[in-house]
Design a protein around this ligand. Structure first.
Ligand SMILES: C[S@@+](CC[C@H](N)C(=O)[O-])C[C@H]1O[C@@H](n2cnc3c(N)ncnc32)[C@H](O)[C@@H]1O
Length: 214
């Protein structure tokens, strides 16, 4: 029988291999979640973050969010993903454009922040957490990572939308469902549904949630 810590690392490893394989075998510009312009996230970050604020993109994949944030004048950007291959794609693409970027290869479940962030951004990561204990752990890590006045922006598939992403089951959310997941010291300050047009021109229904400490 596996000891607790072995189980923990074996499920991390499975997750990492799954995502590494995707980023190794597919063109990241063609995966269904890819956005040429992550407009909704950029607008939200612009409305909550000052230019010298620290921003972490959790489960960044090969997203163009960091490229756009740099163009907007943000410099203090950390990128976290379980897939080293996705981080290498971003690192090679950004090159010296973001010398100060921090690339963190870690499963979010076991991330131990060494600094606090003003903005926590997650697009299409939280919804993969199928177990209640994983979602509880996610919000523990989020709270350890956020400054006292920090803001978390979480994007998930919306109710009635996709039930799977990248071959994995997901949980759909609306504001009532996300409220059930929030620890008592966090509050939801804004939420909205929006449609993402995939690279194949199909539509996917997403929700975003903006969360702060009470
Ligand atoms: C659907 S993709 C979204 C990528 C990016 N946020 C975007 O909007 O393009 C999900 C990403 O989350 C990462 N991921 C999934 N589960 C994770 C976990 N438990 N810890 C860290 N990263 C994770 C995957 O490697 C992948 O890059």
């Amino acid at each position: 029988m596996m000891a607790g810590h072995e189980q923990k690392f074996s499920s991390d490893r499975v997750r990492q291999l799954h995502w590494d394989t995707i980023f190794e075998t597919k063109d990241y510009r063609q995966v269904l979640w890819h956005q040429n312009s992550p407009t909704v996230s950029l607008e939200l970050i612009r409305s909550y973050a000052k230019k010298d604020d620290s921003i972490i993109d959790v489960g960044c994949g090969a997203s163009l969010l960091a490229d756009n944030l740099i163009d907007m004048g943000y410099k203090n950007i950390s990128l976290l993903d379980t897939s080293k291959i996705s981080l290498d794609i971003v690192k090679n693409r950004l090159g010296s454009k973001l010398e100060t970027a921090k690339y963190i290869c870690s499963d979010i479940m076991h991330f131990e922040p060494t600094e606090k962030f003003n903005i926590w951004h997650d697009r299409a990561v939280f919804h993969f957490l199928l177990l209640k204990k994983e979602r509880v752990r996610y919000f523990e890590v989020l709270k350890e990572s956020l400054t006292s006045d920090g803001v978390a922006i979480i994007n998930t598939f919306a109710l009635g939308g996709q039930t799977e992403c990248a071959g994995l089951k997901i949980v759909q959310y609306d504001y009532e469902k996300i409220l059930q997941e929030l620890p008592s010291d966090l509050e939801l300050i804004k939420h909205e549904n929006f449609i993402h047009i995939t690279p194949k021109e199909s539509e996917q229904a997403y929700s975003y949630f903006v969360i702060k400490r009470k």
